[in-house]
Design a protein. Structure first.
Length: 435
């Protein structure tokens, strides 16, 4: 058991899940009659992994937006494709993305949503079996944004509130909601101020993209006359429960504006590299006591997969390059996808460690293979972070329900998902009218 509990206990033990929650962790546990037993002898049991920033609605777009920097990537490809979504295409994109996440050991996501088709994404989260914080993406302005993605602020916020009413606590409590303005350049003053007000009145978080690329900061300064952090401070967003994706360029000036207020930052190393945005300084971010830092894969078209095990390895290697070996050890990297990642999505009392009372979200890895060889004194954290891959995943459990067993789904027809996703993509591309 790699518990990730406060003592970071790693020991041979059992875990008992009852009514969807962890009832006990320890050696030789007594089990009630009719309990299903999973024999994990010789395997490694971890908390289900957490992705703090994901775009399930982009799962259909894998490989369709290559070789572009952030702003061109959005305007040339992503926005036109998102504008062509229907509820049905969004649903099958969500199911495809959920499959990608679960097969790699992810059990919890923070999803930033779509402008159009968000009902389909919520349904996919429910049917796919993930735990999620999710909300409708908000946009009402921006250069080269398709008209189909521009909404009147009042209507967009009203729909966000309607989704909250319909989905907060849904799927047995697996789904909670958020307010999700896309980023500063796509939202007007009125929309940002309305987002802050709605988040405050509903008591839910704000999830957005921030400080991702130098070009983004330059564009905000040119259009708003101030930095991104100064702008969000003026709009009241820094006083909400704010979760930002990327934070590549979060440094002393941004920390000064934040002024000690809490902030949750989600590191997306593959996307940051693929779009040429830069390498976030995790050592610096984690040194700030008011910050919680998580990790995520972002979307399929800026990463090409949603494999959180691969993302952890990349994050560790990049920090070794940026800060020097040993400054961000493997145990700290695993924290980003477990106990600290839970803080970054506001679910630290529910997930992130194997402790009694928490949700029964569990990942079982088989590290008994040449690629992950390392018995005896080799750190389990090093084996997981630097060597484990999808093929090591034996079981994935959410709320005590086995969703993945030996690489196969128990609750979803994977071939049907692939077939329907391909059909919806063909129709979506015709609607988008891209080359």
């Amino acid at each position: 058991m790699v518990t990730m509990n406060p003592a970071r206990d790693v020991a041979e033990a059992d875990v008992l899940v009852s009514d969807g929650r962890i009832a006990a962790v320890g050696p030789d546990l007594d089990t009630p009659p009719a309990t299903r037993l999973l024999d994990a002898t010789g395997l490694h049991v971890l908390p289900g992994l957490i992705q703090g920033h994901v775009h399930l609605g982009q799962a259909l777009f894998r490989g369709l937006a290559e070789d572009r920097e952030l702003l061109a990537w959005l305007a040339d490809r992503i926005w036109p494709l998102e504008a062509a979504h229907t509820e049905e295409s969004a649903y099958w994109s969500g199911m495809l993305g959920a499959a990608d996440c679960l097969l790699g050991g992810t059990t919890t996501i923070q999803e930033i949503g779509l402008v159009r088709g968000m009902e389909g994404v919520f349904r996919a989260i429910r049917d796919g079996g993930l735990r999620a914080v999710a909300g409708k993406c908000l946009m009402d302005t921006g250069e080269r944004v398709p008209p189909g993605l521009l909404e009147e602020p009042g209507a967009a916020l009203a729909e966000t509130q309607a989704f909250h009413s319909a989905w907060e606590g849904a799927a047995g409590g697996r789904i909670t909601t958020a307010v999700c303005p896309r980023f500063i350049l796509s939202c007007s003053d009125a929309l940002w101020e309305g987002a802050a007000g709605l988040a405050g009145s509903l008591g839910i978080p704000v999830h957005t993209h921030l400080l991702e690329s130098p070009a983004e900061e330059e564009a905000v300064r040119a259009s708003r006359g101030m930095s991104q952090m100064e702008y969000l401070d003026r709009a009241g967003i820094l006083d909400t429960d704010l979760r930002i994706a990327h934070g590549v360029w979060f440094g002393e000036p941004a920390a000064s504006v934040l002024g000690g207020r809490p902030l949750k930052v989600v590191h997306c190393p593959s996307a940051n590299l693929k779009l040429g945005s830069g390498i976030a300084d995790l050592v610096y971010l984690r040194s700030l006591p008011n910050l919680a830092v998580g990790i995520g894969c972002d979307g399929a078209p800026c990463n090409n997969d949603l494999d959180i095990l691969e993302e952890m390895r990349l994050a560790a290697l990049l920090q070794a390059y940026k800060q020097g070996p040993g400054r961000m050890p493997a145990e700290s990297i695993l924290e980003l996808a477990t106990v600290e990642g839970a803080r970054a999505v506001g679910l630290e009392h529910e997930v992130g460690s194997l402790e009694p009372g928490k949700a029964g979200d569990i990942l079982v890895l088989d590290l008994n293979r040449p690629a992950t060889f390392g018995p005896g004194p080799v750190s389990v954290y090093d084996r997981v972070v630097y060597a484990a891959a999808r093929d090591a995943v034996r079981w994935v459990v959410v709320d005590g329900e086995i969703l993945v067993e030996s690489g196969a789904f128990r609750h979803v027809d994977r071939e049907a998902v692939m077939r329907r996703a391909a059909e919806e993509l063909a129709s979506l591309r015709e609607r988008a009218r891209l080359d």
